[in-house]
Each structure stands twice: as structure tokens, then as C-alpha cells.
Design a binder for this molecule. Structure first.
Ligand code: GTP
Ligand code: MG
Length: 348
């Protein structure tokens, strides 16, 4: 992400700000799944679990990712984590053999197609296609940290309605601009969600707190999982007692969306700073030894994981250009909103 000359934007009008908020809210209404769609996902999970229990003894399944973190689309994939009863961790288990036998078992399921075990990835998975719903999905083994970051994201979504709306807008934006697919060299939607959360924590006054820094008592609790600390404040009903800035930010979603685009194109220094949602204090790329990367996004629990590590220079600059264009389009009050925007959104 290099510094570039930015066009000066015309002054924002109140009417245009209202249009921006309406577009953001419409985006959320159009793409968020309804209760029935969420129940269907739970139903598929139950069906898989009872089917698998006959084939893989002790198999337990849990949904995670966007089916559970509050930022799911109607067509989002099904992210499923499998554990085995009597085993708290994957230690001592032959993960590759379990993945192979899981794939073999799933091939017998009549409702599934395209079963594909992938044992070479960092987290081995079995991919599948669910014929009746047209949903794709994967089952991973002991993906425990992902279960915790799903809960963390869900907590942020529950704090303020604007969090959800902005994360949807960001996801739609990344899909429309073709910059939201980590398997094709760009960034995952999880990475974009972290970018939104970071911006909302840095806003003045902030829209959301840093949940990993709030705690009762004198000392921050530590919850170790897979060698990392997954502690964060969960008692959201009492958040106002622990966070002085609770409900202080009154900006509209439209203002925040434009604020986010300005933040990442004008204010945030990608060369110097890490996008880090686990603490309020700035974190430098130098301290993390991530200076050679174009974009540094730290996972909130696995602190060695930079979600931007896979970006090429070309892709980083392509993403930056998308943000600069968006800042210009969303930041230029015009009487009619760019007409092809709504057309492109219909693809999702
Ligand atoms: P969708 O695009 O709606 O599926 O969003 P998603 O949040 O479900 O993303 P995805 O299916 O790619 O990832 C599933 C979950 O895996 C994420 O929500 C995170 O909880 C977890 N995860 C942890 N680390 C990573 C990572 O480096 N990349 C991705 N993609 N996911 C990660
Ligand atoms: Mg997913």
C-alpha cells in the first residue's frame, strides 16, 4: 500500500449522507440471511452429525465462521469444525487418516456432491456441496481458535447495529470489486471484517471497545487455547460499567462508511502500522517484524498470523485502488447515485 495523491472531495451534504446510510442499510437487508435460512444451516449440521455418528464414532460438529459470527450472507459457505468425544485436542490423533475417513463417510451421504479432502492445507479439510440448498462447505478438525474468533466477532456484532451493517457493506464492496477471495491471492472476508472492527475501535469516540482489554478485577484473565490467549470480555449486558465510551459515538452508518474509506486511504499508514483489534495502543510493523509485507492484519488470537501475508505487491496496489475509487464514488455528493452500483449488487 503506497501513498498516493488523493483527489480533494467536494463538501459532503446532509442529503447525500442520508443516501449513503440508506444504501448501507439496504445492503444489509438485501444480503443478510433470515431466521429460516439460519435454521436450515443448523438443520444440515444436525443431519450431518447423526449421519456421521454411525460412520465416525464420537464425531461432534459445530458451525463457525459467518454462519455464526453475525456477518453471513444467504449464500455463504458452511464452515464446520469436527471434534471427537474424549479428545480435547487433536494431539495424538492421525488428522490425515481422520480426514480421509470423513471424506469416505460423506461420499455415502445422498444429499452431498463433490466431496474433496484437502490434506495439504494448513488446516486439513473436506470440502462438499450440499445439493438441496446449493451451499458449499467444509469440515475441518479441531479448528478451535476459529471457534473463538467466531464468538469474538459475534460479540462485536451484538454491541452496536452499525457494526453489522458496515461489515456487510465491506463484504459486498470486496466481492463487487473482486478483492475478497484469499484463495485467489486477495484477502478473505474475515480479514476485511477485522479491518472494519479496527476502524470502529480507532474512531473518536470509538463505536466499539477492545473486548480483549476489558476485564473484572485487578488482573486480566488468561484463557489458553492452542498456545494462545483467547480471553475477551463476554458479559455484554454490563459493558457500560466497564467502558466509559459506551454509546458516545452517534454517527450515521453513511458517515462511518465514508469515514472508513477515508481512514484507509488518508490516515492509516500501512507501512508503519498493523491492523490489530486486540489492543488500543498502536502496534508497529517493525515490532512484529512484518515490515516486508504490504499490508499487516494481525489475527486477534493467533498473534503470529498475518492475514495480509499472502498479498503480492500487485494485488496490494489493486486493493488500494479499489479503496481510493470507493472513497471518490461514495464521497462525491451527486444527485443520482451511480446507476451501475445497484446492478452489480444484484449478483449476490
Ligand atoms: P464468508 O465469506 O461469508 O464465508 O465469511 P467467513 O467469515 O465464514 O469466512 P471463511 O469461510 O473464509 O472463514 C471461516 C472462518 O475461519 C472465519 O470466520 C474465521 O473464524 C476463521 N479463520 C481464521 N483464520 C482465518 C484465515 O486466515 N482466513 C480465513 N478465511 N478464515 C480464517
Ligand atoms: Mg464462511
Amino acid at each position: 500500500f503506497q501513498r498516493v495523491e488523493l483527489e480533494r472531495l467536494p463538501p459532503m451534504t446532509r442529503d447525500f449522507q442520508k443516501i449513503l446510510s440508506d444504501v448501507c442499510e439496504q445492503c444489509y437487508r438485501d444480503f443478510a440471511p433470515d431466521d429460516v435460512e439460519l435454521k436450515v444451516r443448523e438443520h444440515i449440521l444436525q443431519d450431518f452429525e447423526s449421519f456421521l455418528r454411525c460412520q465416525v464414532p464420537g464425531a461432534k460438529l459445530v458451525l463457525f465462521g459467518s454462519s455464526k459470527n453475525g456477518f453471513g450472507f444467504k449464500q455463504s459457505d458452511l464452515d464446520i469444525c469436527m471434534t471427537l468425544e474424549g479428545h480435547d485436542t487433536a494431539m495424538g490423533l492421525d488428522s490425515m487418516a481422520i480426514i480421509e475417513s470423513l471424506a469416505k463417510a460423506l461420499r455415502k451421504h445422498h444429499g452431498l456432491r463433490n466431496i474433496l479432502p484437502i490434506t495439504t492445507a494448513k488446516v486439513p479439510i473436506v470440502k462438499f456441496y450440499h445439493t438441496k440448498t446449493g451451499l458449499e462447505g467444509d469440515i475441518s478438525l479441531y479448528n478451535t481458535l476459529a471457534l473463538h474468533n467466531t464468538q469474538l466477532l459475534a460479540s462485536y456484532a451484538a454491541i452496536d447495529a452499525r457494526v453489522k451493517i458496515l461489515c456487510y457493506v465491506m463484504k459486498v464492496f470486496s466481492k463487487v470489486c473482486d478483492i475478497g477471495d484469499a484463495s485467489r491471492g486477495s484477502l478473505s472476508s474475515y480479514a476485511y471484517t477485522l479491518m472494519v472492527l479496527f476502524f470502529l475501535q480507532q474512531r473518536s469516540p470509538p463505536v466499539i471497545p477492545v473486548l480483549q482489554e476489558i476485564y473484572d478485577g485487578k488482573q486480566k484473565p488468561v484463557v489458553p487455547v492452542d498456545g494462545w490467549d483467547v480471553y475477551f470480555f463476554k458479559d455484554l449486558k454490563n459493558l457500560h460499567r466497564h467502558w466509559p465510551e459506551y454509546k458516545k459515538n452517534r454517527e450515521s452508518v453513511g458517515e462511518l462508511w465514508l469515514g472508513l474509506l477515508q481512514f484507509y486511504t488518508e490516515t492509516f499508514d500501512f507501512r508503519e502500522s498493523v491492523i490489530c483489534i486486540r489492543r488500543k495502543e498502536p502496534l508497529s510493523t517493525f515490532k512484529k517484524q512484518w515490515t516486508s509485507k504490504h499490508l499487516a492484519i494481525e489475527d486477534p488470537f493467533d498473534l503470529s498470523h498475518n492475514l495480509g501475508a499472502g498479498l503480492s505487491r500487485r494485488m496490494a496496489s489493486f486493493i488500494m485502488k479499489a479503496f481510493i475509487n470507493a472513497r471518490r464514488v461514495f464521497g462525491s455528493p451527486v444527485r443520482v447515485f451511480p446507476p451501475d452500483y445497484s446492478n452489480k449488487m444484484e449478483y449476490f
